[in-house]
Design a protein around this ligand. Structure first.
Ligand code: NAP
Length: 323
């Protein structure tokens, strides 16, 4: 059986996978271009991919031998899940293991944006903290987390982990989720109430057709004046131009953004030249331990599928139901 892996992975995941198949791995450190992916996937039974690889109808049409796909991510918006399901191809993902790491980054961005830490860092580094600009009561004043209301959009695993951390900072918690999940310590509210009453908003929903542009210009305009928005979910959920306009006008105080509509960000991204935005290059799950665990789960999903077993973490388990 043949498998193509679109990247080298941390830990021993690929070495283990190679014991179960003939493994071909993209050797370059850069991402595999779409045409090379088509070419290398010819005749393969399995694909181990990253969130930077688009797995769409055209790829499936070109690779009829494919019978299992495993992505080293929890989000699967880069994959046409319906097209895979229609072909009976299981899709694996890596939930759970990245929850705490991503929630940590969310709180990191929230604190950094609220307390203007990167802006202050740039100030010190560039020698602007001098006798002409000594310590002053107005210097880099920010917002307190303690006593403020955090609105969590999406109370899935990461949203709940964000809630647990925010309690420790003395925040009041409100949350919205499409299935009206009940989460201890989080008051369930409507989406509109969350927008209007949260001092901080953390975006933690999956990107789907329903959530694309959920925080569009109209939603951002309904946010509480002076609020802080943090997005560690997916870029397509927040209208970046509308966010930039709100930050520039002062109607929002600050933002922390780990994910973008287009990644890598383009030079003309409207968020890039704003001082009150803290930016990160999609590093929510970027800790050594978590990346090794994600790679291990991604390999486990494929190893199971190649053995004719159900993937331990399958996004479309309906493919296993008898017709
Ligand atoms: P999860 O436990 O599956 O939670 C998914 C959340 O999305 C739930 O709140 C769910 O709502 C909501 N959702 C799913 N489909 C929806 C729809 N059609 N309409 C409205 N809400 C919908 O996943 P998770 O582990 O918390 O991860 C959440 C997202 O974070 C992932 O999908 C991924 O995109 C992103 N993420 C980013 C990074 C990063 O590096 N920045 C790392 C990990 C994850 P219900 O529960 O009410 O259905």
């Amino acid at each position: 059986m043949k498998v193509f892996a679109t990247s080298q992975l941390p830990g021993d995941a690929l070495a283990r996978l190679a014991q179960h198949c003939e493994l071909d791995t993209w050797e370059s450190s850069g991402p595999v271009p779409a045409d090379a992916l088509h070419e290398r996937l010819q005749g393969c039974d399995g694909l181990l991919c990253l969130l930077t690889n688009c797995v769409d109808q055209a790829l499936l049409d070109a690779c009829p031998a494919l019978r299992a796909v495993s992505s080293m991510s929890v989000g699967v918006d880069h994959v046409d899940v319906d097209a895979l399901t229609a072909r009976g191809i299981p899709l694996g993902n890596t939930p759970g293991v990245l929850v705490d790491t991503t929630a940590d980054l969310t709180l990191g961005l929230l604190l950094a944006a609220a307390r203007r830490i990167p802006e202050a860092d740039r100030f010190v580094r560039t020698g602007r903290w001098d006798s002409a600009s000594p310590w002053h009561p107005d210097m880099f004043v920010g917002r307190d987390l303690s006593g403020a209301t955090l609105g969590i959009v999406g109370l899935g695993a990461i949203g709940q982990a964000v809630a647990r951390r925010a309690v420790g900072f003395g925040m009041r918690l409100i949350g919205w989720s499409r299935t009206s999940r009940e989460v201890e310590g989080v008051e369930p509210v409507s989406f509109d109430t969350l927008l209007a009453s949260a001092d901080f908003i953390s975006v933690n929903v999956a990107l789907t057709a329903d959530t694309r542009n959920l925080l569009d210009r109209a939603a951002i305009a309904r946010m509480k004046p002076g609020a802080v928005l943090v997005n560690t979910a997916r870029g397509g959920i927040v209208d970046e131009q509308a966010l930039a306009d709100a930050l520039r006008s002062g109607s929002l105080f600050a933002a922390g953004v780990d994910v973008f509509g287009r990644e890598p960000v383009e030079a003309d991204n409207p968020l890039l030249d704003l001082p009150n935005v803290v930016l990160a290059p999609h590093i929510g799950s970027a800790s050594q331990r978590t990346r090794e665990r994600m790679a291990a789960l991604a390999a486990d999903n494929l190893i199971a599928a190649l053995a004719g077993k159900q993937m331990p973490h399958c996004v479309n388990p309906e493919v296993y139901e008898a017709p």
